[in-house]
Design a protein. Structure first.
Length: 272
């Protein structure tokens, strides 16, 4: 079974504009040869590619880039999850500047969304900024998994808003938090992942990693961190799930380790 823990989709109304803007930013960056969109950004486009790649279930991670968006985005995420209960799991999102962020976290929990996505680069804060600590505390209290975009992002090439070292600080302050650091702890920061995160109480997902770092380093991170805290993920539409499936399959891991990474860890974390 394959559960892709890190995908993105947009409403039909904004998918075209959002994908055009994001693709243009990508093409103007050093990642222009590494990430071309593989879907049209819609839920339907994601489902079509899931069938093509043999992915059983995907986790959609929406992002509120403005505090005024969080309620509307979470309503949409809930409707998607309700429409495709066997195929799609959705996280909610809050914005650190929203006055009702904590009450929105309670609503996320009550409505059945499975976690919270924060993207410090798009939301304009540093992950270890104390203003966001009440959000981490509330997620910990509610048992909501919290996933960060971690490491480099093309939208903010000169400032990494969530580094592996910042992740380690959050772990230290919130030891019961179900924390996930995307992109194996930090895109293009994998040496720091090994220095600051490996072996700690944090999940690492594999989103957008195949071909960006040596297989040997991926294997070393998995071995030293423990396969039970690694989540198969792609970052679709910016990476096809098939690439990360291929990566994990070719690593010299046991069948049990691969099964845990592909779906077992996700099912336990999401309680599905």
């Amino acid at each position: 079974m394959y559960i892709d823990f890190h995908t993105h989709a947009f409403t039909e109304a904004i998918a075209g504009k959002a994908m055009n803007n994001l693709t243009r930013t990508m093409m103007e960056s050093d990642f222009r040869d590494k990430a071309l969109p593989v879907t049209d950004g819609t839920v339907g486009g994601l489902l079509e590619k899931m069938d093509e790649w043999g992915v059983d279930m995907s986790v959609i991670l929406p992002i509120a880039t403005k505090s005024s968006q969080q309620h509307t985005i979470n309503n949409w995420a809930l409707s998607v999850q309700n429409d495709y209960p066997q195929r799609l799991v959705c996280f909610g999102t809050v914005h650190p500047d929203a006055e009702d962020a904590l009450s929105e976290l309670e609503r996320i929990k009550e409505t059945g969304l499975h976690g919270v996505k924060l993207h410090p680069d798009y939301q304009g804060f540093l992950a270890n900024d104390r203003k966001a600590f009440p959000i981490y505390e509330k997620c910990s209290e509610l048992g909501l998994p919290l996933i960060f975009h971690a490491g480099f992002d093309v939208v903010s090439p000169d400032c990494i808003h969530c580094t592996p070292e910042m992740g380690a600080e959050i772990i230290e302050n919130f030891p019961k938090l179900k924390l996930i650091m995307a992109h194996l702890g930090g895109c293009d920061c994998w040496d720091d992942t090994e220095k600051f995160l490996v072996g700690k109480n944090v999940y690492l997902d594999t989103a957008f990693t195949e071909g960006l770092l040596p297989d040997e380093q991926v294997l070393r991170i998995i071995r030293n961190h423990g396969a039970e805290r690694i989540l198969f993920a792609s970052d679709c539409p910016w990476h096809p799930s098939s690439r990360e499936i291929s990566l994990i399959k070719r690593l010299p891991l046991t069948d049990k380790e691969k099964e845990d990474i592909f779906s077992g860890n996700a099912r336990k974390l999401l309680e599905i």
